[in-house]
Design a protein around this ligand. Structure first.
Ligand code: F3S
Length: 281
């Protein structure tokens, strides 16, 4: 059996950086250590960190109850007021916001201060969008669907600055911008979509097309893992979805020559390596 692991499998750069930061702080940071929201949507990692003394703060209220220690901001980022609250409470702040998200914060801060109406293309309930809104000096508008874009109305004298949630689908983003364009606003568009997700999908598609069997690793509620599974299944009929190495059925893979492996965005490297090692042994 030979195994080919996708280079883009698992954490993207921003999430890897944030998770590494939390492990570093757990070793040498000012205790107690908290993350503002779970660092990733992976229970195994969150539990492991808990065992190392890292606790999760669920929102502003829980933050307001703590009096000492370190608060780590995760890759999604947060609005300005959270930084202010951390500093007012005399806590240490360790910022693991993904630099790509940080760049959006700087853009909307600057452009809203210059009098532009910020339009965020994304999901209003997503924490990243929450954070972006929190850097606008005037309330931002969030648009997710063509219908919302069609219903969007503002006096034409107000210039717009359009940005996107980093994980938003590029095609949908373009469609919404096109709808707004028809309304003839004075607008600037900053494409802030990160290509980590797209790269992961493109590589998965390519590998699945070359191998005899494909393994997709990821959490059961992870929509990006489901999407990977769908893409791989279209290319390779022997595509298997597993959550951990325990789910791996080597029986079905026994007579397979080349096996491909990819993993969803919240799958730790350790799990990917365990699956790879099991296939090779
Ligand atoms: Fe990841 Fe940062 Fe892109 S968190 S998906 S590398 S914006």
């Amino acid at each position: 059996m030979q195994v080919k692991v996708a280079r883009s499998a698992g954490f993207c750069f921003g999430v890897q950086r944030a998770v590494d930061t939390v492990y570093e702080q757990a070793e040498q940071g000012v205790r107690p250590i908290y993350t503002y929201g779970p660092i990733i949507h992976n229970e195994v990692v969150v539990r492991d960190l808990e065992e190392k003394g890292v606790r999760v703060l669920n929102g502003k209220e829980e933050l307001s109850c703590i009096t000492e220690g370190t608060v780590i901001i995760r890759s999604h980022g947060v609005g300005r007021e959270i930084y202010e609250q951390i500093s007012e409470q005399g806590l240490h702040c360790v910022d693991a916001t993904c630099p790509f998200v940080k760049k959006i914060h700087r853009t909307v801060e600057r452009e809203s201060a210059a009098g532009k109406q910020i339009v965020i293309i994304g999901n209003d309930r997503h924490p990243e969008v929450e954070g972006i809104k929190g850097w606008c000096s005037t309330p931002a508008v969030v648009l997710e669907s063509p219908e919302q874009a069609r219903n969007f109305e503002l006096p034409k004298t107000v210039p717009l600055c359009i940005v996107s949630q980093t994980t938003f689908n590029y095609k949908k983003f373009q469609d919404l911008v096109e709808i707004l364009d028809k309304k003839r606003y004075d607008r600037s568009v900053v494409n802030t979509i990160c290509n980590a997700t797209e790269e992961r999908q493109a590589e998965a598609r390519q590998i699945a097309g070359e191998v005899d069997a494909m393994i997709v690793i990821g959490g059961s509620h992870s929509s990006n893992t489901q999407k990977l599974f769908e893409i791989c299944s279209n290319e390779c009929k022997n595509t298997y979805y597993i959550q951990t190495v325990e789910d791996l059925d080597l029986g079905v893979l026994r007579s397979t020559g080349l096996i491909g492996i990819t993993a969803g965005a919240s799958t730790p490297k350790k799990i990917i390596e365990e699956v790879q090692t099991r296939c090779l042994n």
